[in-house]
Design a protein around this ligand. Sequence first.
Ligand code: KG4
Ligand code: ZN
Length: 386
Amino acid sequence: MKILAIETSCDETGVALVESSGVFPELSFAVRGNALYSQAKIHEQYGGVFPNIARREHARTLIPLTRIALKEAGLFIEARLEIRDAKAAAVRDILKKEEGLLTEMLPFLGNMEKPAIDAIAVTQGPGLEPALWVGISYAQALAEAWEVPLIPANHMEGHLLSSLVQDGNLRGVKLPALALLISGGHTEFVLMKDWLSYEMLGSTLDDAAGEAFDKVARILGLPYPGGPQISRLAESAREKGVRPSLSLPRPMLHSKNLDFSFSGLKTAALYATQEKEFLAERDKEELALEFENAVADTLTAKAKKALAESGAQTFVLGGGVAANTHIRRQLKKMIETEFPDVSIRFPEPKDTGDNAVMIGIAALCHIEKRGFGSYHRIAAEGNLSF
Ligand code: KG4
Ligand code: ZN
């Protein structure tokens, strides 16, 4: 089964062609085409993602990225196509609120043959609604023009399932699987008891882990997105044997539940910097190190509790923050020592950020398990949950 997947929930525009084979859940996946455009540089000047700028950039780049992904997959066949009036009218109607896309769409469709795909998948949520809408409208217009089914995908489920895939397949995954999803908007434990059936075990009460990384980076005058910057500073301090002279809280370490809270940690980091008149490079390193240690300690302690309580057989890490070297190292050490029978699935650091492959994987799992469904109209759901 071949699927064209589209991701526009935040500041990455992704278009990918993913192919599945095998019988669910023993599926294998091959990425036939993958085009990704990051808007991070544009949002950097604002210190965060501006929804309407994200939307405009998605609209500007979706068609070129689709062309790239299709070409990479060998599915772009140039042709002069007559688009029937009724079809053109339907496409225009779907894209009437996305002017930037509308002017390019009909010439694009008229210049190629319908690609050999079985369906189109698109992120329905969670995410920034203006950004989600442009991807959804675009996907809907393509599905209409090419007469293929449209499948909505949950972005967080995409992080989860794509992280569970190892060496291109889902073979040998033992359930229940406990997922720790850590991204810019979410920090949560999700238990997959049975395939594609989830229970939320805990989540952040305020800031997400990635958000805390981004905010602390801003305090230190580092550009957006701050996670990789903090991580680089902290790792280099660790290598030099720096011992932080400040101590930050490990929030909710002893609470009875599996929830998180990172906003107090961020405020403590802010106060720590306000005590100094001037932040020397060494102060920044110490703060980055202590902050990263505090986040890693908290995530690791909670993961231990979640593994013990859930009896999970697999631990999977997903989301943008899953690229963090120290967090990976701490979690791995704890699981190998305390839960040697639990199998660990960490995504490759290069696959942790938002992309369309993960949306394709989530959608293919649903199609292979339950069929295409019939989603005629999809509405963006900014707060979509499991
Ligand atoms: O999943 P993602 O790409 O987008 C969302 O769905 O939110 O996650 C982005 C978040 C940002 O907050 C970014 O700073 C953080 O992931 N991040 C990191 C690292 N790489 C990205 N945080 C800590 N360490 C990293 N190496
Ligand atoms: Zn994400």
